[in-house]
Design a protein around this ligand. Structure first.
Ligand code: SF4
Ligand code: SF4
Length: 503
């Protein structure tokens, strides 16, 4: 039995599947193994066979043949361990060669007053990066990559506050960063609220910026109750115009649609709006979902009393939002088309028949992101910028880098956190949740986890499966009318490599 085999129980709408596939609870069982890359719907008889294998009992050879072939059962545990090791080692190799993102924050100032902004009070008064600081930040890039043993291509992200403020200072600083990136051959992108993006388009084009990210909160009516200027003036029309100007000029625009309890039901109307605008089919525009969150955990330090630390970290959880999101998207195929949501990272395995990909690290902040703030400090996590307790060094006036803080964070993944190493769902979790939360909740130790709970990881996968499976089964049904050969055999599953193939 492979230790990496997980059984998920999924509730599907009545009539989706032949009742022979349903267990006593009325749910269908889905096996998944992120090491072998397999994911399959199985019958109750196969689940029972797997249970008997798990218990070391004799099992009918024919049943086990399929389970063996798909990697749910293994005959050689040492070989299985070696395959898992190869994935972990491959992950280290991959992050050493991965692109490295360097975020420049010319200032924390922002012209908007979004109620959920994680930078809060930082955005009203801020120091600014001067010319010398910007050059110093560029100068440290090779040194930081060296300390990370990273040989990947560096790329630059303009970040804030709002980086594209239309003010003389900001235009000067942004142009210096764009030029510095261009001269060094570093690709550059911007994360902007978009209200003045159109004014920056000529400058962005001049220095070869090919992509920006902009956020919207839904339809104009919803968006303009939240994403507003400090005096309450609405912003939707300005951002909408900026998106059109940038995309039509050839810049790729990633629209991050920010969703929370108050806006989730607005998504169907927003999808209609986006379709009418031509955004869904525009070759330079892509929309994806994000969720607003509370960030009390950013204020925690390891020397706070334990109960306070844990309470502040727990404050981040917004129960029920993901369920509400899936309910909404289930009833609205246009929202699915717009966002193609993938909260459990299984979408392409289910719908496209790709290999299931193991998730070894829940957050890239620990490995290949660094932010330079206007105080001369370096941060590993973009959400922690401006909170000195989370700084891992300085780039100005002197360069310093706290390896003692940064290294355990950088090396942290499912296999380095002891509690995660033995967890059955680790390859679906990424292990240990947010590193900063784990560090905060556990008194400053990165090799611990702030466990979002095994049950919540399982629920996340099962909820997405309940959403995707009917879609995938419909597609399979259409497909089944075409191909020749035996239907639904283990042999066919392996040959086609496509999910969901049922035994
Ligand atoms: S954080 Fe929790 S659910 Fe995730 S791998 Fe670790 S122990 Fe498992
Ligand atoms: S470390 Fe935590 S807060 Fe920071 S980006 Fe990663 S998940 Fe978010």
């Amino acid at each position: 039995m492979s230790p990496n085999t997980v059984t998920f129980s999924v509730e599907l709408p009545e009539g989706t599947l032949d009742p022979a596939y349903l267990g006593e609870s009325g749910k269908v069982s889905v096996l998944a193994n992120a090491v072998s890359g397999s994911m399959d719907i199985v019958t109750p008889a196969e689940v029972a066979a797997l249970e008997r294998v798990r218990a070391g009992e004799a099992v009918d050879r024919e049943l086990v043949a399929g389970l063996l072939e798909r990697g749910y059962v293994c005959t050689d545990l040492a070989e299985e361990e070696a395959r898992y090791r190869a994935i972990v080692d491959g992950y280290f190799q991959a992050i050493q060669e991965a692109p490295f993102q360097f975020m420049f924050i010319p200032s924390f100032v922002c012209n908007l007053a979004c109620p959920y902004c994680f930078e809060g009070e930082l955005t009203t008064r801020s120091p600014r990066m001067d010319e010398e600081m910007i050059e110093a930040a560029f100068d440290t890039i090779p040194e930081i990559q060296d300390r990370h043993q990273n040989s990947g291509p560096p790329y630059i992200t303009l970040f804030g506050g709002e980086p594209l403020l239309d003010t003389p200072y900001q235009r000067g600083a942004v142009e210096q960063i764009l030029r510095g990136s261009y001269d060094r051959g570093y690709p550059v992108t911007a994360i902007t609220n978009g209200v003045a993006l159109d004014a920056y388009v000529p400058m962005l084009l001049k220095y070869g910026c090919e992509e920006v990210q902009v956020s919207l909160d839904g339809t104009p009516r919803t968006h303009d109750t939240r994403r507003v200027f400090r005096n309450g003036r609405p912003t939707f029309e300005l951002i909408e115009r900026s998106i059109d100007v940038a995309a039509d000029a050839g810049i790729r625009v990633l629209i991050r649609v920010l969703i929370d309890e108050d806006s989730v039901d607005d998504m169907p109307r927003f999808a209609e709006f986006a379709q009418a605008k031509g955004w869904l089919d525009h070759p330079k525009i892509r929309l994806f979902n994000g969720f607003t969150k509370a960030t009390t955990f950013l204020y925690v330090t390891p020397d706070h009393p334990e109960e306070k630390r844990k309470r502040m970290v727990r404050g981040d959880v917004k129960a029920g939002l993901q369920e509400a999101f899936w309910r909404m998207v289930q009833q609205n195929p246009l929202v699915d088309r717009m966002l193609q949501p993938d909260l459990a990272r299984i979408r392409s395995a289910v719908l496209e028949g790709d290999r299931l990909r193991p998730n070894l690290q829940g957050c890239s902040a620990g490995t290949s992101v660094v932010a330079f703030d206007p105080n001369g400090k370096i941060y590993g996590c973009p959400e922690t910028v401006g909170r000195p307790q989370h700084a891992c060094g300085t780039f100005y006036p002197e360069f310093s880098y706290a390896a003692g803080y940064r290294d355990p964070w950088r090396h942290r993944h499912v296999d380095t956190v002891p509690m995660c190493r033995d967890c059955n769902v680790k390859l679906f979790c990424g292990g240990g949740g947010c590193p900063i939360k784990a560090w905060a909740a556990n008194g400053g130790d990165f090799n611990t986890c702030y466990c979002p709970k095994v049950s919540s990881i399982t629920t996340r996968v099962e909820t997405q499966l309940a959403y995707l499976l009917p879609m995938a089964l419909r597609r399979q049904q259409e497909h089944a009318n075409r191909p020749e050969g035996e239907e639904g055999t283990w042999e066919q599953m392996t040959r086609v490599g496509s999910f969901p193939w049922m035994s």
